[in-house]
Design a protein around this ligand. Structure first.
Ligand SMILES: Nc1ncnc2c1ncn2[C@@H]1O[C@H](COP(=O)(O)OP(=O)(O)O)[C@@H](O)[C@H]1O
Ligand SMILES: O=C(O)C1=C[C@@H](OP(=O)(O)O)[C@@H](O)[C@H](O)C1
Ligand SMILES: [Mg+2]
Length: 182
């Protein structure tokens, strides 16, 4: 990887935080979760931030955090599912290798049905909400460097292993990141 950071994108519940942690261990990288950084910096949980400041304020914080994180190498970064929405965020994500964890809506729903920490899913029809969010975001997620389809029953370890195996096929030519060696 030569220090190139990994950015995990995908829907809420896709496993970015869980798989990202494993990938950081395997790569010997640091691990950053943009939601955690925001929560620590503000002293407020994501749900509380959405309720008190609104989504727009959260998105601004998210961009600010991503901008700072993208200055570093040797990181695995778990992003929030909506990071793809702002165009400016892509210029930061492109500092590293972008991996889309693509998980079917039914699986996302099963994982998050009892979860109260995703404010956007506090909706009378959470399954429909997941579907409409995915429909809106799919064209954005598909701009990732690596598309990992996740299947029912796969463990986080198995998914992390598949990401590791797929990385060499898309690793950007190091000469595009660094000066050519003489
Ligand atoms: N491969 C998996 N199989 C089963 N459950 C998973 C898997 N990956 C993550 N989870 C669970 O799904 C939920 C969402 O995972 P998380 O890593 O927080 O996703 P994200 O950060 O993409 O929202 C958590 O409860 C987590 O334990
Ligand atoms: O999809 C989204 O817009 C969001 C996803 C969440 O992160 P995860 O993708 O880690 O659940 C969190 O950033 C916030 O609740 C908004
Ligand atoms: Mg997460």
């Amino acid at each position: 990887m030569r220090g190139v950071s990994l950015y995990l994108i995908g829907m809420m519940g896709a496993g970015k935080t869980t798989v990202g942690r494993l990938l950081a261990q395997q790569l010997g990288y640091g691990f950053v979760d943009t939601d955690d950084v925001i929560a620590q910096a503000t002293g407020r949980a994501i749900t509380q931030l959405f309720a008190e400041e609104g989504e727009a304020a959260f998105r601004q914080l998210e961009s600010d955090v991503l901008a700072q994180v993208s200055a570093h190498i040797n990181l695995t970064v778990a992003t929030g599912g909506g990071i793809v929405l702002r165009r400016e965020n892509w210029s930061y994500l492109r500092h590293g290798l972008i991996v889309w964890l693509d998980v079917p809506v039914e699986l996302l729903y099963n994982r998050l049905a009892e979860d109260t920490t995703r404010p956007l899913l506090q909706d009378p029809d959470p399954r429909g909400k997941l579907r409409s969010l995915l429909e809106q975001r799919q064209p954005l997620y598909s701009q990732a460097d690596l598309h990992i389809m996740v299947y029912e029953g796969e463990t986080p370890e198995q998914i992390a292993n598949r990401v590791m195996e797929a990385i060499p096929s898309v690793l950007k030519n190091p000469t595009s990141h660094q000066h050519k060696e003489n």
